[in-house]
Design a protein around this ligand. Sequence first.
Ligand code: FES
Ligand code: FES
Length: 168
Amino acid sequence: MKTELTINGEHHTLDADVRTSLLDALRHHLHLTGTKKGCDHGQCGACTILVNGRRINSCLTLACMHDGDAITTIEGIGAPDALTILQDAFVAHDGFQCGYCTPGQICSATAMLEEVKAGWPSHVSADLMAKPKLTVEEVSERMSGNLCRCAAYPNIVDAILSADEAAS
Ligand code: FES
Ligand code: FES
């Protein structure tokens, strides 16, 4: 089935079996291998990408459901010689070891910081009406869908907090 996608600002026509996940479409059909496959069933967050600005697990959705959607993958966030504030903070705070989870962490945190800016509360926000303030507890909860087998969690949280501070 033909599916029209805009990925990192470029138009792509995907011709794939209707059972193809968006993750497999990105990696195997479009050769965008920055998005990682960890568990392939929604448990680890390694495959996190942005669809129309919202973070999702690309292993849990079919590519053919995204006709006309705008997708951002890690290849569309920053560049090796022009890192985003968040990517810089991951480097400065040692927010990775093997790096396998990192593309998903960066995509997820990029969208999460926008969610906070938009005032979305989390499960641990004490006041659902107040403007959320990022704390270690808030970042841990909001990033709980992204696992890191190397357990770089303290540094990931530090990186996100520092990027949030640098951007505000
Ligand atoms: Fe999608 Fe693990 S590969 S959540
Ligand atoms: Fe190795 Fe997170 S840095 S899995």
